[in-house]
Every structure is written in C-alpha cells, then in structure tokens.
Design a protein around this ligand. Structure first.
Ligand code: ATP
Ligand code: MG
Ligand code: FE
Length: 349
C-alpha cells in the first residue's frame, strides 16, 4: 500500500508518501522564520503553524506524487518525542484521515524516522548496523538489527546537550543567525579548525562512558573563549571559533561511532538526524570509516532534517513487517523510548 507519513514534532510540518521503500512524493512547510526573533522554537507558535499547514502539506504531497487521497493505504504519524502541542496537531489530522479513508494508523517514533530516512536513498538497512543519531534533541548510538521489529540495542546517549543543541547555543553566543547549526557550518569554511583547542569530552575514558556523549562543557568552553575576546575588547574571530567547535563535535561523534562499530564487529555505520547534514561530520565520518574498513551511509541533506517522508518510510517498514496498527484513541508520547520504532499503544482514558 501507499503509506502517508505525517510529521509535526517540532517546527516542520511534513507529509510524504512511500510505497515499498520508495519515496513517491512529499511536501514540507516550516515555521522556522516565525521563531527566529525568539532565538528558538516557541511551542505555541509551532502548534498553531501546524494547524494552518497540515492540510496544504498533505495535498502538496499527493500532488507531488500524482496520487489522490483514495490511493492512501495506511497513515503513519509521529507520536513522539517532540513538543506536545505540535504532536497533537499531526496526530489529530492523521486520525481524521485514517478514519475517513478506513485505513490503518501507525504511531511512529520520530527518531525511527531519522533512521529510516537513509533507506529511502540507500535501500534496506543491513542487519546489523550501527546508527549514530545526531539531531537537535538527541545524540545516541544504536545497534540496529531490525528497526520495524524493535530489534534495537541502545548503546549510549548524551548526558546533557545534544550535538545540534550545542551548535545552536554556541551560534547564539557567536552572534550567528538562527538556526545555528547551518550557520556554524557555513562560517566554519573560512576558519581554522586548529585555532582554538576545544576539549573532546568523554574521549579519554572512563571505559563505561565510551559510548556516552557530553556537549555542555564544550558549549561553556566556546562561551568562555568568546567572553575573553569581548572582555579584552578584541574582535571575535567567529570563523575560527566555528571551525574549531565543529571540528571538536565531529571528532567526538565519529571517534565514538567508529569505536562502537569495531567493538561490536559491525561493518556499516549509518549517520542520521539534522547534524548529519554537517559538512565536517560527513567528511570526517567518511575518512575514519574508510580507514577502519567500515561502510558509511548518510542520507542526502534534504532527508537529514525533519520531514514527512521519513515518517512514511517507517510506516512502510511497519506495514511490510506486519506490525499491529495503533488504535484510533492512541495518544502522543512526548518521551517515547528509543528502542521502539512504533508507538507501543498507550491508549487514552
Ligand atoms: P530531534 O530529532 O532530536 O527531535 P530536531 O527534530 O529538532 O530534534 P533535526 O531536525 O533532526 O532535529 O535537526 C535539527 C538540528 O540539526 C538543529 O540543531 C540544527 O542546528 C542542526 N543542523 C542542521 N543542519 C546542520 C549543519 N549543516 N551543521 C550542523 N548542524 C546542523
Ligand atoms: Mg526543525
Ligand atoms: Fe528530528
């Protein structure tokens, strides 16, 4: 069947249509510009924007695919994690559509969407593969056997900030525009990554923290470095700061991910999520994987950040795995655990 995927966990409203692992069409709206003057996503504004964007985006995806609503055979929707008001809008729309069309509904974990994104470009994930999820809210290493059947081992997480959050927060301190990750990436091109010796948190042991990340210390180090320039009345060499920060983040992420592959004897590393769009993360991952004999898979840039196609990709995997659909009174789960691709029915009342 054609699976419609709906995404509304943060500031992007996305719809995508997938059948048998192939992307048929998609459409995306973003309220990013409405949040820019606040320096971060305002939940209430995001939720309201989803209400306005949802129907046009679903229509847009159908038009892009040359399909009609009656062609939809299943609906998949992000049920968590994310902003509750934003998630509620997508889920309400998805339930309405599934009910009206008489098709099954699947509640999808947003991060499973980020993982499945790569399948739309590079085909089914090998069993096993190592997945590094690096996004605005998460930094995690997962050993994935079968995404749709929840054969996922969660190896490690960040203790504090996510990698994307670190980029976004440091960009603010550096006076770079919102959103910070892409701005750091652009600015870093003009800078020297060796200009500032930023720390590489949790890379020098203890062994039990080898797959654990921490980025708040790096954020503080970058802020102190900026303050020392301001206090001394010296202009801030922003490009050098951005390049050095990006190098530190890319170094830590790729070092730990490659070490996880080696330790678990896994031959494929998949890097997904918004920060997988970062040029230095991609380049260093490529270099280190090649050196270690590991196959690297990274989705194309447009599939790294939030959209509906990646949610449809999970729905398509679930349908083909014969997963149980969600009941129509299914609720959002803003803190769904990473080990589950689909929402494990939490019913209302
Ligand atoms: P989550 O998926 O954890 O719920 P999210 O959906 O907000 O969080 P994504 O959409 O996956 O996150 O990614 C957004 C993040 O990716 C932001 O932190 C953004 O700054 C970062 N990002 C996007 N492009 C780049 C880039 N080129 N370099 C670094 N970071 C980037
Ligand atoms: Mg976003
Ligand atoms: Fe995301």
């Amino acid at each position: 069947p054609v699976v419609l995927g709906i995404e509304s966990s943060c500031d992007e409203t996305g719809a995508g249509l997938v059948r048998d692992g192939r992307l048929l069409g998609h459409a995306l709206a973003s309220s990013m510009d409405e949040h820019a003057r606040f320096g971060g996503v305002v939940p209430e504004i995001a939720a309201r924007a989803h209400v306005h964007a949802l129907t046009p985006v679903v229509r847009g995806a159908l038009a892009d695919a040359g399909l009609r609503a009656a062609d939809i055979g299943a609906v998949a929707v992000t049920t968590g994690p994310g902003l509750s008001g934003a998630l509620q809008v997508g889920l309400a729309g998805a339930k309405g559509l599934a009910y009206a069309l008489g098709v099954p509904l699947y509640g999808v974990h947003h991060l499973a969407g980020h993982v499945a994104a790569d399948t739309l470009e590079h085909g089914p994930l090998p069993d096993p593969c190592m997945v590094l999820i690096v996004s605005g809210g998460h930094t995690s290493l997962l050993l994935v056997r079968d995404l749709a059947r929840d054969r996922i081992v969660h190896l490690g997480d960040t203790l504090d900030d996510a990698a994307g959050e670190c980029f976004d927060k440091v960009a603010r301190v550096f006076g770079l525009p919102y959103p910070g990750g892409p701005a750091i990436d652009r600015t870093a091109r003009e800078g020297d990554p060796r200009a500032v010796p930023f720390p590489r948190p949790l890379t020098a042991g203890p062994p039990e923290k080898r797959f654990t990340f921490s980025f708040s210390g790096l954020k503080t180090a970058a802020a102190r470095w900026a303050e020392s320039h301001h206090a001394g009345g010296r202009p801030l060499p922003v490009a050098d700061g951005a390049a050095a920060l990006q190098e530190a983040v890319a170094d830590v992420l790729t070092r730990k991910a490659v070490a996880a592959c080696s330790e678990h004897g896994v031959g494929t590393l998949v890097v997904v999520g918004g920060v997988a769009a970062n040029s230095r993360v991609r380049a260093l991952a490529e270099k280190r994987c090649t050196a270690a004999g590991i196959t690297l898979r990274v989705p194309p840039l447009r599939l790294c950040t939030d959209n509906g196609a990646i949610i449809a990709a999970v729905g398509d995997l679930l349908v083909r795995a014969g997963a149980e659909p969600a009941p129509l009174d299914v609720s959002i789960d803003p803190s769904a655990p990473l080990e589950y691709a689909a929402l494990h029915p939490v019913t209302a009342g």
